[in-house]
Design a protein around this ligand. Structure first.
Ligand code: ADP
Ligand code: MG
Length: 349
């Protein structure tokens, strides 16, 4: 095993705009990287180049010292020792769980004791040792996904590639499967690359999150860091909840009377000088609202929408100049209510 190195990777399908360009990234051995970005940004194309189903137009892919592909040559998928898990589990319905898991070994001519040990280990890793003799039809959706994981693990791949494996699952099963993926990563020690457009999934699962947009890599960092210190408007908008605003705010049309007083508050929270032209990100947990504001402080906002989340209410607030902010409160408020708010911290993008 070794780290996976993508260097200035590019893919042009000839449509005039490259699907992937200048994409450089290292995934350490045993790492769990989430590749996050909106639909159509090039995630699957990156994954398919890593797997060997697509040849790069530019750049190179190395596993440790070994060249897997560049524009001139490309090792076929079966020589890369990688496994790809698709959204549809693609299990054989007429085979038992154990036979499904062992199938890639059969294809490679592995049999006997080695076969039984590997299948047993793989089933143990996904906690399905007791289900070896069942058919896929007798299993729940989550268990079937675990069979698919065991099947990809059985050949001890250097890298496991997953392309939006949970995209169509309901919320409950999704949470269960997130646990399974995390545990699978810990128990197998496999290097994993997990493609998703769901930021909460990426944050919950991975040790590192790589954010891409329009074929390019924007930022790679551990979840907590990318949440606290997103770089630029696109990452700031994709990761977590929050509102982005550009300072200084325009005012003077009579509607935005609060802004002159507010401007220094946001600038200071973001560590910028008042009057600087900057984009700042304000997270809902940094917006203080309602009864916690001292008399005469803060600014007025109108509640545009309220989402009840059980333990709290998530508010969408609108300021006098139409700027949107998001906030949380534990107390019920209604759409159309006016309240005062202030900002504890903001991040300069
Ligand atoms: P994502 O997985 O992030 O949704 P894709 O990698 O599937 O994005 O697609 C990125 C871009 O490349 C899209 O504009 C898509 O239409 C284009 N694309 C992907 N595969 C092909 C292909 N085989 N031929 C032509 N264009 C493609
Ligand atoms: Mg895709």
């Amino acid at each position: 095993m070794a780290r996976l190195i993508l260097n200035q990777l590019g893919k042009d399908f000839g449509s005039g705009r490259a699907a992937v360009s200048g994409f450089s990234l290292e995934v350490r051995e045993g790492g769990f990287l989430a590749l996050l970005g909106p639909s159509g940004c090039g995630k699957t194309t990156v994954l398919r180049m890593i797997a060997g189903f697509e040849t790069p137009s530019d750049g190179s892919i190395h596993l440790g010292e070994r060249l897997l592909a560049d524009a001139a040559q490309s090792l076929p998928p079966e020589k890369r020792n990688m496994a790809m898990v698709f959204q549809s589990y693609a299990l054989w319905p007429h085979m038992s769980v154990a036979d499904n898991v062992g199938y890639p070994l059969k294809v490679r001519g592995i049999s006997g004791e080695a076969y039984r040990t590997k299948v047993g280990d793989a089933l143990g890793t996904v906690r399905l040792a007791d289900y070896a003799k069942r058919r896929p039809a007798d299993l729940s959706g989550g268990q079937r996904q675990r069979v698919a994981l065991a099947r990809c693990l059985v050949t001890s791949p250097d890298v496991v590639l997953l392309d939006e494996p949970l995209a169509n699952l309901d919320r409950h099963l999704k949470q269960e499967m997130e646990e399974t993926f995390r545990e699978f990563h810990q128990r197998s020690g496999a290097t994993m690359i997990y493609v998703t457009h769901d930021q909460s999934e990426a944050m919950a699962l991975a040790t590192d999150v790589a954010v891409m947009s329009e074929g390019r890599l924007l930022q790679v960092a551990p979840p907590a860091e990318i949440y606290a210190r997103p770089e630029g408007r696109v990452v700031g908008g994709l990761i977590g909840r929050g509102a982005i605003m550009t300072l200084p705010r325009p005012f003077g049309d009579g509607r935005a009377l609060d802004w002159p007083a507010l401007e220094p508050m946001f600038a200071a929270a973001a560590g910028a000088a008042s009057g600087d032209r900057v984009d700042v990100l304000v997270r809902p947990e940094d917006v203080v609202s309602g009864e916690n504001i001292a008399a005469g402080e803060g600014i007025a906002a109108t509640v545009e929408s309220v989402l009840f989340e059980g333990e709290r209410y998530a508010l969408k607030l609108v300021l006098a100049d139409s700027q949107v902010l998001r906030a949380y409160t534990r107390f019920p408020v209604r759409t159309g209510d006016s309240l005062r708010l202030s900002v504890r911290a903001a991040w300069r993008l």
